[in-house]
Design a protein around this ligand. Structure first.
Ligand code: SF4
Length: 370
């Protein structure tokens, strides 16, 4: 039973990454990045499809060479999700992928070099109506800023970003978004808070090099959660040293927990204890795995006993409260029928899928009437 998020989002201007709006009142876009060898077209296309199936709105692909740019051309033709090309330094690669239909260029204008090369990239972006993402990273700050500040600081990150922005301003180019990433939560949060007051372009949030699956997810959730609570952030990437599909899943879980996006089942489950009347942990693991294909939002409560079961079940679209000899199912907050432990997971999967279908039909009927 979805409730609006109380978060008041920062007003940013909207840009388009392919057909995905970023900024303004658009939903916060979830993105990830491929970690295949880009020149291996079939592996990269396969991973992009897996990311798209997991719900990625935008996918970034590294394009480190002109050979990779040729591979990118094929990848672009074989995929449908908007693609960002990640380019460092070489303006020729940017010109190539612009010609090949890239949806966004991740390139820092200050790193391109000679003014005529910068102008060529910006002209190509204007001609093809492609946005640029400026990506400032604490690990690759300009040497003079490292010297000036002694070490990466929020002010150093912002100063670096403003240099790149100044170049775009000089070329009358405002179709861009910005990221200011550090692996430290405090530095990242402070940097984004500063720049959020200085520009109105959309902000791409991320904690860079956050860590492995568990530690990176926690660090990202803390850093991005603080910013999102402030209303800052128009698109997010969770950086994990893990399968990038997990980045998309964690991204959605983060946005769902702040009620900023809905997608699939929102499970409310107790951690279980000796009072449980069915195996809560196993039931949850089974259901999460079996129901990953569902995109329609639905609140499902899986609670081991009557201590918290009825309260949670009443608030959910579908709820299960453990009991003896049988567990009690709540439908739309009302006690409905009992289920035994023998076929519990199969029965719950069927009930959830039926409820999803019912919800989808209701939504179709509402759209048809309007
Ligand atoms: S709801 Fe019941 S089973 Fe679950 S943790 Fe609380 S007391 Fe234990």
């Amino acid at each position: 039973m979805f409730m609006e998020s109380p978060i008041k989002r920062r007003k940013s201007r909207q840009i388009m990454v392919g057909n995905v709006p970023v900024g303004g009142d658009a939903p916060i876009a979830v993105q990830s990045m491929t970690n295949t060898e880009t020149c291996d077209v079939s592996a990269t296309v396969g991973q992009i499809e897996r990311l798209q199936n997991a719900g990625a709105d935008i996918v970034r692909v590294s394009v480190p060479s002109l050979d990779a740019a040729e591979a990118f051309r094929e990848i672009k033709q074989k995929t449908s999700v908007p693609l960002v090309a990640d380019i460092h330094f070489d303006y020729k690669i940017a010109l190539k992928v612009a010609e090949y239909g890239v949806d966004c260029l991740r390139i820092n204008p200050g790193n391109i070099g000679r003014e005529d090369r910068v102008a060529a990239v910006i002209d190509a972006a204007k001609y093809h109506n492609i946005p640029i993402r400026i990506g400032v990273n604490a690990g690759s700050l300009e040497k003079d800023l490292q010297k000036k500040y002694g070490e990466p600081t929020p002010a150093a990150l912002v100063e670096s970003a403003m240099r790149h922005i100044d170049i775009l301003n000089r070329h009358n180019f405002d179709n861009f978004k910005i990221s200011l990433k550090a692996s430290d939560v405090f530095m990242t949060v402070a940097a984004y808070r500063q720049i959020a007051n200085q520009i109105d372009q959309p902000l791409h949030l991320g904690i860079t090099e956050a860590g492995g699956f568990r530690s990176g997810a926690v660090k990202s959730a803390v850093g991005l959660g603080i910013l999102l609570m402030d209303g800052i952030g128009d698109t997010i990437r969770i950086s994990l040293a893990a399968d990038p599909v997990e980045e998309v899943k964690v991204g959605y879980d983060l946005l769902k927990s702040l009620r900023l996006r809905t997608k699939g089942i929102n499970f409310i489950a107790c951690p279980s204890c000796s009072r449980q009347n069915f195996d809560v942990v196993n039931t949850m693991n089974e259901l999460e795995g079996r129901l990953e294909d569902i995109n329609t939002p639905l609140d499902v409560a899986i609670i081991g006993c009557v201590v918290n079961g009825p309260g949670e079940a009443k608030e959910a679209d579908l709820g299960l409260t453990g009991g003896t000899p049988n567990n009690l199912v709540y439908v739309s907050g009302v006690p409905d029928h009992k289920l035994n432990n023998e076929t519990l997971v199969d029965d719950l999967e069927r009930l959830i899928r039926d409820k999803v279908l019912e919800k989808e039909k209701n939504q179709e009927a509402i759209i048809a009437r309007s």
